[in-house]
Design a protein around this ligand. Sequence first.
Ligand code: 13P
Ligand code: SF4
Length: 363
Amino acid sequence: MQKLLTTESLIRHHYLEEKDAPRVEWLWDEIRRLKRERNVFLPAHNYQVPEIQAVADFVGDSFELAVKSREIESDYVVFCGVRFMAEGCYTLKPETPVYVPSLRALCSLAEVDEADVAERKEWLRSLGRDFSTMTYVNTYAPVKALSDACCTSSNAPKIAAGLGKPDILFVPDQNLAYQVALKTGRMYLPPPERNEFHPKEYWERVEPLIREGEKQGLQGNVFAWEGACHVHHEMTEQDILRIRAEDPEAVVVVHGEVKPSLQKLADAVLSTSQMIKYVDAHPEKQRFAILTECGLVVRMELEHPEKQFYKSCRLCQYMKANDLENVYETLRDRPADRLVTVEESVREGAARAMSRMIELARA
Ligand code: 13P
Ligand code: SF4
């Protein structure tokens, strides 16, 4: 991939203006020099801008980045993704300092209060439910530490199946929770409204669904949390129906963070790296609609100039908070406020949940 990322190809695809090319090339040279001289590892998520992917040592989805973190042997890391990913890297490899290029690279989905998760677990215990708590990696360490295992969009149903309990409390993405229920034969229990968890009312709402699942002989239930990614949750059924009407031959691929109604309309529900592999694995298909953060399609367009891609054109402002300038500054200066740390007792709990995910995903 990286050999395709030249200033010429980026200008050709309208990702870069000609006037900016000399600065980009200078930054690429400096970043490569600093990485070499200081023995730095620079991982990047698939949503990072192509100029960053061009100088990254590894590009992947959240699961691949977590697995890679355990293998790092560099003196420090500049993590080009969002904060929970950098924190996950530190969690799994605490001997290595991890820096983020921008303090604004956060994630709307990850803002969950661990006290609320503890309360929900206590409520399920008080009802006598036999459950595991699964936490999407798009969370911070205190929430991960409260869970039995983490998961990502590439492995959530497999982790749920591996945990072996009938019920799952799935935190925080309500849409990925649906995918888990569907793929593992459990009843999907829609979340309470945000900041409106009232145990009695909520139980009255979900109990009939639980009874319905029992009648259908389902394995158990997925209690969905009330979180969603603002980028994916705003995508609509119309986005798919319009493409289907205009171009019935186009293959529609969506991320697990889109609403259940969109997941039902799609040809495949995949993680970001799985989407890239899916397109590679279907040379006979010419047109794809890729419903996820728009930046992912950049890479596909560069790798498959013969294919046509319909884009969602929704960007994650958090992923885009990183740019070549702040990556360079971070490598050069290692600003103290960009160092990611987690209190050791919390880190241990989060590391246990992340390691369990890696083991179950590989089983
Ligand atoms: P992936 O694990 O599929 O890369 O997704 C991460 C993410 O933040 C999606 O919005
Ligand atoms: Fe978070 Fe959504 Fe951005 Fe992914 S796209 S990092 S889930 S806000």
